[in-house]
Ligand binder design. Structure first.
Ligand code: NAD
Ligand code: UFG
Length: 346
């Protein structure tokens, strides 16, 4: 499907950050949809082994360019040489705590990096973009479920970097209406491909709940610290909208189909619409793994909100997409991946 006004662009999808957790699953979804793609990744938070694993899943070796999205000249060359018609932009830094300690790194990688990519896209007349945004762009005091028109407001540099990019993309599309842009606001992606060949491989101590539980189950960590048991939720623990990473990946293919029909700027939640507490997911993981998970309730984690889940009507109406995999499948796939790869990609 050609997208460039001058006809120079083709139908390949550029997947930035395609060796990372969500990007690698998006590559599988693209392959399943019969789409050609090329991966750009600088390996800042990923392993080249992902390429071998992707090859085993899809049956052919994906094109890969080791490069930084901030290198605009290089990005322009990739777009041209691979006849790219659309970009799925996953590349970025994502640790909230690190962003507080290293704000400039986050603004450089997430904001300036995206700016360089956009300039390269414009130079090559590639004007279709799917951006990895986050539920963290919503202000803390909204009512649940979160609709896309809820108040925005981030509380840390990581979240602000996502919000800045959303604004940047909206301004760009308003000025140049031929752009087709979707900001996908992910809730809490978890799980792994059922082959157990690709999954989440955090470096060091996991910040996120499900990877931490997985490491307790496999015996790498002693017990889970539950951050807060005194929230105003049903069991007192934090509530989130966990969504299977493959559903998130398929949401990108659905968004791409939408953008091919309809230029514009749109923000869309990707979640299940269901809130699940820390203790509920812990119990589900115990069921999936058959292993008791020791835990202790400790102080709340600074910056955490009590609860957060998505209104999912827009994804359904615009993309004909909904999350299909349930919590049991998320835990079972996470556990299969963790068992087969106790040290992640090593
Ligand atoms: P990830 O760290 O596994 O993947 C990001 C990939 O981008 C990595 O492979 C990394 O090496 C690469 N990368 C980073 N900076 C780069 C650069 N300058 N040039 C080229 N490659 C670069 O993270 P993920 O969980 O797959 O997240 C993907 C995107 O989704 C990120 O933008 C993240 O902020 C966003 N997001 C993630 C979550 C989540 O819970 N995982 C939630 C909301 C939004
Ligand atoms: N939690 C624990 N113990 C842990 C880790 C987490 O009890 O060891 C709790 C948290 O307090 C929270 C829930 O589990 O109630 C989920 O925590 P995560 O860290 O897995 O996810 P968050 O919703 O806090 O954060 C995620 C992403 C952020 C993003 C945010 C909003 O990791 O990058 O969603 O989109 F900003």
């Amino acid at each position: 499907m050609a997208s460039g006004a001058n006809g120079s662009s083709g139908d390949t999808v550029l997947v930035t950050g395609g060796l990372g957790y969500i990007g690698s699953h998006a590559c599988v979804a693209l392959a399943e949809a019969g789409r050609r793609f090329v991966i750009v990744d600088n390996l800042a938070n990923s392993s080249p082994r992902v390429l071998d694993r992707l090859q085993r899943i899809v049956g052919w070796r994906p094109d890969f360019v080791e490069a930084d999205i901030g290198d605009g000249a290089r990005m322009a060359r990739v777009l041209r040489e691979h006849r790219v018609g659309a970009v799925m932009h996953f590349a970025g830094s994502k640790a909230v705590g690190e962003s507080v300690a290293l704000p400039l790194d986050y603004y450089r990688n997430n904001v300036a990096g995206t700016l360089a990519l956009l300039e390269a896209m414009r130079a090559q007349a590639v004007r279709r973009l799917i951006f990895s945004s986050s539920a963290t762009v919503y202000a803390a005091d909204n009512a649940m479920p979160l609709r896309e028109d809820a108040a925005l407001g981030a509380s840390n540099p990581y979240g602000r970097s996502k919000l800045f990019v959303e604004h940047m993309l909206r301004d760009l599309q308003a000025a140049e209406p031929e752009w087709a842009i979707a900001c996908l606001r992910y809730f809490n992606p978890v799980g792994a491909h059922p082959s157990a060949l690709i999954g989440e491989s955090p470096r060091g101590i996991p910040n996120n709940l499900v990877p931490y539980i997985a490491q307790v189950a496999v015996g790498r960590r002693e017990r889970l610290s539950v951050f807060g048991g005194d929230y105003g939720t049903a069991d007192g623990t934090g509530v989130r909208d966990y969504v299977h990473v493959l559903d998130v990946a398929e949401g990108h293919v659905a968004a791409l189909r939408h953008l091919e029909r309809a230029p514009g700027w749109v923000a869309v939640n990707l979640g299940t619409g269901q809130g699940v507490s820390v203790l509920e997911i812990l119990r589900e993981y115990e069921r999936a793994s058959g292993i008791p998970i020791p835990f202790q309730v400790v102080q709340r984690r600074p910056g955490d909100i009590a609860q957060c889940w998505a209104e999912v009507a827009r994804a359904r109406d615009l993309f004909a997409w909904r999350a299909r995999r349930d919590l049991g499948e998320m835990c079972a796939d996470s556990w299969r991946w963790q068992q087969a790869n106790p040290d992640g990609y090593g």
